[in-house]
Design a protein. Structure first.
Length: 177
């Protein structure tokens, strides 16, 4: 984006970043925390973040991004409640995601499958969930030993029949005038 089109918010962010406090200090963190409370943050699928100073109607973002949905960060846990309609308004101090509508449909399908099977979403994941017992490794090694090497199939020799056909063209005499 051209520097001549910088908004007041961008200038305020740049001024906030030029403080005398070193990065990571409490004063610089408080500035970024204050900016989060003041702006509407819209995160796109590619990671690009847009910030708006005031409340923004969801219809405007939906119109700008066809095929995309606007959702709250809870969309990955509760896709049915997190998707916003065009009538909703994005409020300052909140973060919203712009994601594909097909992604929302996939999340809804997965959510319905989990409720049908009785699986509950877990907020924490431990290494025990991914650990494999020693017996499992020995079975895997045994299977690898039993596995035969790939032998390509025997190819049949191709026999080309020689044909007796030969191209023949009848010659045409041209008349010169």
């Amino acid at each position: 984006m051209c520097s001549c089109f910088r908004s007041k918010l961008d200038i305020g962010i740049a001024a906030a970043g030029k403080s005398d406090a070193p990065p990571g200090s409490p004063s610089s963190l408080s500035i970024s925390a204050r900016l989060r409370d003041v702006v509407v943050r819209v995160v796109h699928a590619g990671g690009r973040i847009e910030m708006y100073e005031a409340a923004v109607p969801a219809a405007r973002l939906i119109h700008r991004n066809p095929g995309m949905c606007i959702a709250t960060p809870d969309v990955f846990r509760h896709p049915d409640e997190a998707v916003l309609s065009p009538d909703d308004v994005l409020l300052p101090g909140n973060k919203y995601f712009v994601i594909r509508c097909t992604t929302v449909e996939k999340l809804r399908r997965r959510q319905s499958q989990k409720t049908l099977t009785g699986d509950e979403l877990e907020d924490s994941v431990s290494s025990k969930d991914f650990a494999v017992a020693k017996d499992g490794w020995s079975k895997l090694k045994k299977h690898m030993k039993e596995k035969k090497k790939f032998v390509p199939p025997i190819q049949r020799p191709r026999i080309w029949k020689e044909s007796d056909w030969e191209p023949s063209l009848t010659s045409i005499k041209e008349l010169s005038l």
